[in-house]
Write a protein that binds this ligand. Structure first.
Ligand code: GLN
Length: 447
């Protein structure tokens, strides 16, 4: 804990943490030490982790990096936090993120962007940017993020670490601050597959407080990570032929494809003809869900209340106008629009149908192949300030992560090394629902 606290101090300017629980972590470490001596310690004893600041932890503030939650303290812990603590994890702090997890660069945070440790002029990625940089720069051993459309995988890719989004319904969402409820999943950000497997194993499984969690047994992912045999892998040809994908990123993927072929796996191109629809479908559905989920921030129940309010209506209006940032407001308006009576069928209902097509077509591919291979992001980490002014450019950069989110299937981002400028590059593997075990084994083999 002391070593991590030292690093947190040294790298404070990266802005990865919204709050550090220094004294508490040191006390917890003493407790865990005692338990280890007594032989009663849990499976995560001594593992120091950080959590994204949209995951509730009883008695601690949680802000989703938004002014509107300023000063709000959780009165209960999320299921994921409870399960980790039950295994004696030490939580060292809460990490910066895009406001309400809306973004892919951590620049929408009310508390400012997170700098990438590989190049401080560049973004961390997002929305779990603080969690990824905390792991990247050794400010904790591992971290939890949440992934709605790439927020665990893309910052992991930008920071050269591993990010896993579980199957929708593998992990309880109880106590996560909701962005888009039919997409959100918590997932681990780690430096090793072993840690990703162990953390997933502990946070997964049925929860009476979240009816969307599948009542399926949780495999002992971490017990057996040995890969044997040959696999069939499809790569999305559109992703490798697109001009929008960075050349070094493409070269590296091609080199991996070659390597896998040489090692006896079948690696074939497939066309995913719905590729042009994944980003629009994702943004219609997630903004719709967000507009509904964020209705609860009314200046009365949580956090910030405008000091300029004079009556109930102005309490709502002013608290929301002053409390939410620009990107969050944009999404609430978009979501309200696509759900409005006159446009519901044209946008929301249509997008639901296309989501089903995307899921079915993705599963068709996965009935013929074990994995889908695509980049995590079209480019490595970009400059801070470069994309934030143009939301459409930013949204389009989510093209490779939202397919798995729309389909509800698990996906992992794996670090592949650095480009010539020293920036991390990554590849992403997708697989069938609840096949995390195979995904982890094959990931370990690739790395
Ligand atoms: N960048 C995507 C968005 O802004 C993904 C965010 C997320 O996964 N939370 O919606």
């Amino acid at each position: 804990v002391e070593a991590y606290l030292d690093n947190i101090k040294t790298f404070g300017h990266l802005n990865a943490f919204n709050e550090v629980f220094a004294d508490e972590a040191l006390l917890l470490a003493q407790d865990v030490d005692l338990k280890i001596q007594q032989g009663t310690a849990g499976r995560l004893a001594g593992m120091v982790i950080a959590i994204k600041d949209n995951i509730c932890y009883k008695g601690h503030q949680v802000t989703a990096s938004s002014k509107i939650l300023e000063g709000f303290t959780s009165i209960f812990s999320s299921t994921v936090v409870e399960r980790l603590l039950a295994e004696d994890v030490i939580i060292i702090g809460r990490c910066n993120c895009d406001e309400f997890a809306m973004g892919g660069s951590n620049e929408t945070s009310y508390l400012g962007p997170v700098k990438n440790f590989a190049d401080e002029t560049r973004v961390s990625g997002g929305s779990s940017g603080g969690s990824a940089v905390a792991v990247q720069a050794g400010m904790c051993h591992a971290a939890l993020g949440t992934d709605t459309g790439g927020s665990v995988r893309q910052p992991a890719a930008f920071c050269g670490v591993i990010g896993l989004k579980p199957t929708y319904g593998r992990v309880s969402r109880y106590g996560l601050i909701a962005y888009a409820s039919s997409f959100d999943q918590a997932g681990p950000i780690t430096k090793s597959i072993e840690d990703a497997a162990l953390l997933l194993e502990i946070i997964s499984g049925a929860d009476e407080r979240d009816a969307t969690v599948a009542d399926l047994p949780v495999p002992a992912y971490s017990d057996d990570l040995n890969f044997t045999g040959k696999k069939r892998i499809a790569y999305i040809s559109e992703a490798l032929s697109s001009n929008g994908v960075d050349v070094q990123q493409k070269d590296l993927l091609n080199a991996y494809i070659e390597r896998l072929r040489q090692e006896g796996h079948v690696v074939e191109p497939v066309s995913f003809d719905l590729m042009d629809y994944v980003v629009p479908t994702y943004y219609i559905l997630t903004t719709a869900e967000a507009s509904s989920n964020l209705a609860r921030y009314d200046g009365v129940h949580y956090g910030y209340r405008s000091p300029n309010a004079t009556d109930l209506e102005s309490t709502y209006k002013r608290s929301r106008s002053e409390g939410f940032g620009k990107e969050v407001k944009r999404r609430i308006m978009l979501g309200t629009f696509v759900l409005s009576a006159g446009y519901y069928d044209a946008y929301y209902a249509k997008a639901q149908k296309i989501r089903r097509m995307i899921r079915d077509r993705t599963n068709d591919i996965l009935n013929q192949y074990d994995f889908i291979l695509i980049p995590t992001s079209p480019t490595p980490a970009f400059e801070i300030g470069e994309q934030i002014k143009d939301p459409v450019v930013r949204y389009l950069a989510d093209i490779f992560t939202v397919q798995a989110s729309l389909a509800g299937i698990p996906a992992i981002s794996l670090p592949l090394g650095n480009n010539t400028e020293g920036l991390p590059l990554a590849l992403q593997l997708l697989t069938k629902s609840f096949a995390e075990s195979d995904l982890l084994k094959f990931s370990k083999y690739i790395l």
